[in-house]
Design a binder for this molecule. Structure first.
Ligand code: FMN
Length: 156
């Protein structure tokens, strides 16, 4: 089964997670930047994983636009993984940020909603922490990403 990891990334952290996920899933898996992903790429994959950084409580403009414009039904019957990268707002301990994150959420929340509108029912989501606003990824997050990738694989 072909696997496609569609990602966006500003500082490279989400890209690292996307590439780790693709590598874990083996030679039939490929990570592609969202701007280079065609509809045919999605149609050809049985497992599709979308990853975006959280920016202002939401996915990047490119990722949001891509998911909004996907043809309805294109994700029906597929397993869809969703992840974002984000800061640990509890650890940063800025009260207003924790409050706003509680209200407005993270990129993965919006992505799950947009994907569900396209007919996907089997959606699994996760997140990975960065330490500062531009990264790097927190210790152990790439290992966790590899474990998560393994859990998305369905027996053929
Ligand atoms: C302009 C900006 C807005 C951000 N907004 C949020 C946010 O709302 N919530 C959060 O947890 N992290 C936020 N972050 C941290 C990003 O999630 C972090 O830059 C991202 O995970 C890095 O991924 P990338 O290297 O793939 O771009 C923000 C960072 C920037 C620069």
């Amino acid at each position: 089964m072909k696997t496609l990891v569609v990602y966006d990334s500003v500082f490279g952290n989400t890209q690292k997670v996307a590439e780790t996920v693709a590598q874990t899933l083996g030679p039939d898996a490929e990570a592609k930047r969202v701007m280079n992903t065609s509809l045919e790429d999605i149609q050809n994959a049985g497992l599709v994983i979308f990853g975006s950084p959280t920016r202002a409580f939401a996915p990047t403009t490119e990722m949001r636009g891509y998911l909004k414009n996907l043809s309805k039904g294109v994700l029906s019957g597929k397993t869809v993984g969703v992840f974002d990268t984000r800061m640990d707002v509890q650890k940063i301990n800025i009260k207003i940020l924790s409050f706003l994150a509680g209200v407005f959420g993270y990129a993965a929340d919006t992505m799950v909603k947009l994907i569900a509108r396209k007919g996907a029912v089997n959606i699994v989501s996760n997140w990975f922490f960065v330490l500062e606003s531009e990264g790097p990824l927190a210790e152990g997050e790439l290992e966790r990403a590899a474990e998560w990738a393994g859990s998305l694989q369905t027996p053929e």
